[in-house]
Design a protein around this ligand. Sequence first.
Ligand code: 1HE
Length: 265
Amino acid sequence: MRALDALSLKNLKVALDADGIATVTLSRAEKRNALNAETVDELIDLFTAIPRAGVKAVVLRAEGTHFCAGLDLVEHLEADRTPAEFMHICLRWHEAFNKMEYSGVPIIAALKGAVVGGGLELASAVHVRVADHSTYFALPEGTRGLFTGGGATIRVADLVGKARMIDMMLTGRIYKGEEAVSVGLCQYLVEDSEAKAMELARAAASHPPLTNFAICSAISHMQNMSALDAAYAESVVAGIVNTQKDARGRLAAFADKSGARIRPE
Ligand code: 1HE
């Protein structure tokens, strides 16, 4: 935990439990966890440290009743940024979110309330999204006279498809409940998103770390490649992961019939 303890965080909290599950909390509830420049810098620092700190899985949660209200609009207004300044702000957002998506450490988001604008960009950079019945998703950039800058054109379009993303931005359409699950904005809809996210994090953390590294890094990299190159890269990754010593006990357990069988009940 030393690497995480050494960080100086104002807008985020982090706690690591004995099982190696880190709970990362957005803690700017009085501003609905809007992402100011300082919070994005803290996300970069934290998600640089997490893969090196022996963390097995992360639950990303928020204080207050909303997960994240997106770009800090008041800071943006007051800073009166130049195009170059805001380009650099966006590059910092990308740095933070890329560190999350490509970290190799599973990140499960416990969502609630508003997951909007840059808040949806943040949520789309994690590996599993768990919503509760208060959760709603929107891209209100159009309404604000803005455009996405934190990766929505890549990740939100990837989750819901180009047509739905354009509709969300042009019309302010809000998705929630089962419809949000069915269009791909979240994978779970439950009463208690934090409890479910923790349960999923514990399940993921029971895998060998190298296996999770591949799942939470290689798949994203391979999406960026041609099919030919992705198949090659997949073979290389499988060569390393599927021959790891950590897997042998699990294979032996299957062979001697003590290992769990994969059944729907
Ligand atoms: C904020 C922000 C914010 C709240 N930036 N300060 N995102 C949006 O367009 C969403 C903007 N926020 C809202 O629509 C609402 O605040 C909520 C629906 C999320 C919550 O409503 P509510 O009634 O609970 O709170 P509130 O009274 O609106 O806000 C409470 C405080 O949080 C208030 O500050 P205060 O000092 O006056 O108490 C708000 O100003 C503050 N607050 N949201 C700054 N977003 C890389 S490009 C990404 C582009 C985008 O993300 S665009 C989408 C921006």
